[in-house]
Design a protein around this ligand. Structure first.
Ligand code: CP
Length: 300
């Protein structure tokens, strides 16, 4: 049985099933009848992912075990492995983990409960990718031949890594756009300028400058004008093109603050979709591991 670590582990069919399941969660009340505990282990700050997992779990009728690293035995030197082992021992049926290390997953072999990746360093953010896919699919009803550009701090972005490969697998044409020093040459996608991208892309996915992962602080006073989404660039976008951003947003840096809530922006829609996609992922994982039976899940 697989933990939910990367979107790469899903077939296209499984991705479409998750999109369908998230859509169903949006329109129906779905309850898991058994008493099941899910632990949200966030070792790195989060607002959206942590809180939307909590809402998703409560909507499904799951018991949420909240965890604050600063008041946990982590402060006494307990390892990630022993923390997860503790939750497994006290009866957690699944754990959701965010951690700043790229490779924390490799420390966690041999567990008898499923682990869901809620963000691994600069490497992967599969649940964000899935909610982004849902948002794009709601808009265009397809991925095939869509032109999608990811713009910003590609080098430090786990969102870019998860999204780029998956969108290509689904048939989209993926482009990257980055200021000098923010490129990641290990990603095999063409780089274009944002001025080029706005003329033909259906989706402009802005990414945050990840100051917390930079060794040296970067100057950003001219960033918006040179590399960001200004109102002038937004005016040149295709009529039906949309703007995404996983958030949090450096308003006025990667995009003009007025564009955050403009008619093209689906940024708050992404957050809304996050709850339903995380419900779908929790059900998928619990079913895969034989913890719940699809036939016993109640649709009200
Ligand atoms: N998009 C995202 O992962 O946001 P948080 O860091 O607030 O969870």
């Amino acid at each position: 049985m697989n933990h939910f670590i990367s979107v790469d582990q899903l077939t296209n069919e499984q991705i479409y099933q998750l999109l369908e399941s998230a859509t169903k969660c949006q329109s129906n009340e779905i309850k898991i009848p058994n008493q099941l505990f899910v632990a949200n282990l966030f070792f790195e700050p989060s607002t959206r992912t942590k809180m939307s997992f909590s809402v998703a779990e409560r909507k499904l009728g799951l018991e949420v075990l909240d965890f604050q690293p600063e008041t946990s035995s982590l402060t006494k030197g307990e390892s990630l492995y022993d923390t997860v082992k503790t939750f497994e021992s006290i009866g957690a049926n699944a754990v959701v983990i965010r951690h700043k290390a790229d490779n924390w997953v490799e420390e966690l072999e041999g567990f008898s409960i499923p682990i869901i990746n809620a963000g691994a360093g600069t490497r992967e953010h599969p649940t964000q990718c899935m909610l982004d896919l849902l948002t794009i699919y709601q808009e265009f009803d397809k991925f095939d031949n869509l032109n999608i550009v990811m713009v910003g701090d590609i080098k430090h972005s786990r969102v870019a890594r998860s999204n780029a490969n998956t969108l290509r697998k689904l048939g989209a044409n993926v482009y990257l756009s980055a200021a000098p020093g923010y490129e990641d040459e290990s990603l095999p996608f063409p780089y274009i300028t944002l001025d080029e991208a706005v003329e033909f892309c259906d989706v402009v996915m802005m990414l945050r400058i990840q100051h917390e992962r930079h060794v040296k602080k970067h100057e950003t006073s001219k960033y918006l004008e040179r590399f960001g989404l200004t109102k002038e660039r937004e005016r040149r976008m295709l009529r039906n093109a949309i703007i995404l951003h996983p958030a949090p947003i450096n308003r006025g840096v990667e995009m003009d603050t007025e564009l955050v809530e403009c008619s093209r922006s689906r940024i708050f829609k992404q957050m809304h979709n996050g709850v339903y996609m995380r419900m779908a992922i929790l059900m998928y994982v619990l079913e895969e591991w034989g913890i719940i039976n699809e036939n016993l899940v109640k649709e009200c």
